[in-house]
Design a protein around this ligand. Structure first.
Ligand SMILES: NC(=O)c1ccc[n+]([C@@H]2O[C@H](COP(=O)([O-])OP(=O)(O)OC[C@H]3O[C@@H](n4cnc5c(N)ncnc54)[C@H](O)[C@@H]3O)[C@@H](O)[C@H]2O)c1
Length: 428
C-alpha cells in the first residue's frame, strides 16, 4: 500500500475535514494523492478556495498540495486508504453520539475494495473501532476485515491554538489489525510525522491510550478545582498554594478552571460509557466530571455573595464576562463552560455583558442566542476574566478601575493577573 500511495497509483481519502481531518489531509497531500471528503458542502467550497472553515490554518497550508475536496461520496470509490476523522461528541444525556462515526463507516463501506485500508482517528472508547464501526463497513461492503481489507486506529493529539506542537511535531500513535497492516500504516504516517511514530500493541490499546490522556487531564484539573473550593472557604489563595507546592520536583502542574471544549470534558464520558457496559461503575472519573461541570455554578454563587456583602443587590448589578471561547487564543465556542457561567449569572438576574476577542458574534448568537457587546461600559460592578486570551493579559489596575464603579471585583478565573491596588481580585 505505502509504495503505491507514494507512486500516486493509489489515493488516500480523509473523511471529515474539521480541526483534525483538514490538517491531516493537507499534510498527506504534500506527499500523496488525496481526496478530502466532507458532508458539509459549504465547508467543502471554502476549502476549495484555500480557506480553513475551522480558522486554524492559513492559506499557505493549502499550497503545493495534491488534494481534491468533495462532498460527493462517489469520488471515494477511487480511494484505497481511508482515514476517518468525524466528530465524536456526546448527547444531552452525556452519552456518546456515534452517529457521525457510524454514518462515515457506511460511507467507507460503500467505497472500500479488496486490499484497501481504513484508519480511524476519531476519539472513541476502547473496542469502538472493531465492535461498532467495522461491522458496518463489513456489512455494507460485503468484505471481511483481515481477509479482505485492513484496519487501523491512530488517535490525534493536536491542541487547538497551539502553534508550536502541531500535527507533524507530535509523536503519533498508530495501530493495526495485523502486524503487516501496522507496518504499512506506520510507514504512511511516518512519511508526514517528523516527531516519530509509536506502534501500539493493538487497536484497543491505541483507543484506550487516547481516551485516558484526556481523562487524566480532566481528573487532575478537577482535583485543582476541588482544592480551590476548599481554599476559597479558608481565605487561602489557591494560586499561591500551587506556586508553593510546585517547588517540589514531583508536584504536577495543573490549575483550576472551567473545563469545556470537545475533548477533555467529553472523552471521559466515552470511557465511562464503556465501563458501565462492562458492569463497572467508574466512580473516580465520574466524580471529576461532576466537580468540573459544577464550577460555573460555584463561580456565579461566589460572585453573588461578594456583591451582596458589598451591599449590592445582584439584580441591580452589571457584570462583564471577558472570554466565551472554550479555551484561550482560539475562536471555537463549542461546549464552552463560560456559557453555563453566563446563564448561572442570569439566574441571579444579573445584567451580563459578554465580550470575546476571538469569538465570532454571529456564531455566538446562532449557537447560544447570546449577544457580544460591541463597546464595553465604564460602570460594571464586577468583571469576570473567564478565558486567558493573550489580549487580556496586558490589562492592568488602571484599565479595570476605569470600567468598574465602587468596590470593583475582578474574578480572574485563570489566575493571569498579579494583585492590583484598589481592585479586589478573586481567583479560582
Ligand atoms: N479538535 C481537536 O482538537 C481534537 C483533538 C484530538 C482529537 N479530536 C477528535 O477528532 C475527531 C474529530 O474532531 P474535530 O474537532 O476535527 O471535529 P469537527 O467538528 O471540527 O469536524 C468534523 C468534520 O466532519 C464532518 N462530518 C461530520 N459527519 C460526517 C460524515 N458522516 N462524513 C463526512 N464528514 C462528516 C463535519 O462536517 C466537519 O467538517 C473527534 O473524535 C475528536 O474527539 C479532536
Amino acid at each position: 500500500m505505502y509504495n503505491e500511495l507514494l507512486e500516486k497509483k493509489k489515493k488516500i481519502a480523509v473523511i471529515g475535514l474539521g480541526y483534525v481531518g483538514l490538517p491531516i489531509a493537507l499534510e498527506f497531500a504534500k506527499q500523496f494523492k488525496v481526496i478530502g471528503f466532507d458532508i458539509n458542502e459549504e465547508r467543502v467550497k471554502m476549502m476549495r478556495n484555500g480557506e480553513d472553515p475551522s480558522k486554524e490554518l492559513d492559506a499557505s497550508a493549502f499550497y503545493g498540495t495534491d488534494i481534491e475536496f468533495t462532498a460527493d461520496p462517489e469520488v471515494l470509490r477511487t480511494a484505497n486508504f481511508f482515514v476517518v476523522a468525524v466528530p465524536t461528541d456526546i448527547d444531552k444525556h452525556k452519552v456518546p453520539n456515534l452517529t457521525p462515526l457510524l454514518k462515515a463507516s457506511e460511507t467507507v463501506g460503500r467505497a472500500i475494495k479488496k486490499g484497501d485500508y481504513v484508519v480511524y482517528e476519531s476519539t472513541v472508547y476502547p473496542g469502538c473501532t472493531e465492535e461498532d464501526c467495522i461491522p458496518i463497513v463489513e456489512e455494507v461492503s460485503g468484505l471481511k476485515m483481515v481477509d479482505d481489507f485492513s484496519v487501523g486506529y491512530s488517535p490525534e493529539r493536536i491542541n487547538p491554538g497551539d502553534k508550536v506542537r502541531t500535527l507533524t511535531t507530535i509523536l503519533k500513535i498508530v495501530s493495526g489489525d495485523t502486524e503487516e497492516s501496522l507496518k504499512e500504516i506506520s510507514k504512511v504516517y511516518g512519511k508526514i510525522i517528523t516527531a516519530g511514530i509509536y506502534e501500539a500493541a493493538s487497536i484497543k490499546v491505541a483507543e484506550a491510550a487516547k481516551v485516558i490522556e484526556n481523562t487524566q487531564r480532566d481528573l487532575n484539573i478537577s482535583l485543582m478545582n476541588e482544592l480551590s473550593i476548599i481554599f476559597d472557604r479558608m481565605g487561602i489563595d489557591t494560586k499561591e498554594v500551587l506556586e508553593a507546592a510546585g517547588t517540589k520536583w514531583n508536584f504536577l502542574k495543573f490549575y483550576p478552571g472551567l473545563v469545556g471544549g470537545h475533548c477533555i470534558g467529553v472523552d471521559p464520558y466515552y470511557l465511562m460509557h464503556k465501563a458501565k457496559k462492562l458492569g463497572i461503575d467508574p466512580q473516580v472519573i465520574a466524580a471529576g466530571r461532576r466537580i468540573n461541570d459544577a464550577m460555573p455554578a460555584f463561580v456565579s454563587k461566589r460572585l453573588a455573595q461578594m456583591l451582596i456583602s458589598n451591599g449590592k443587590n445582584p439584580s441591580n448589578c452589571k457584570v462583564l464576562v471577558k472570554g466565551l471561547t472554550f479555551k484561550e487564543n482560539v475562536a471555537d465556542i463549542r461546549n464552552s463552560k463560560v456559557v453555563d457561567l453566563v446563564r448561572e449569572l442570569m439566574d441571579y438576574s444579573i445584567n451580563v455583558h459578554i465580550t470575546d476577542y476571538w469569538a465570532s458574534p454571529n456564531e455566538v448568537a446562532h449557537e447560544y442566542n447570546l449577544t457580544l457587546v460591541e463597546n464595553i461600559s465604564d460602570d460594571y460592578d464586577a468583571v469576570i476574566v473567564a478565558v486567558a486570551h493573550d489580549e487580556y493579559k496586558v490589562h492592568d489596575a488602571g484599565f479595570y478601575k476605569g470600567i468598574m464603579k465602587d468596590d470593583p471585583i475582578l474574578m480572574d478565573l485563570k489566575g493571569i493577573y498579579p494583585n492590583m491596588d484598589g481592585v479586589k481580585i478573586w481567583r479560582l
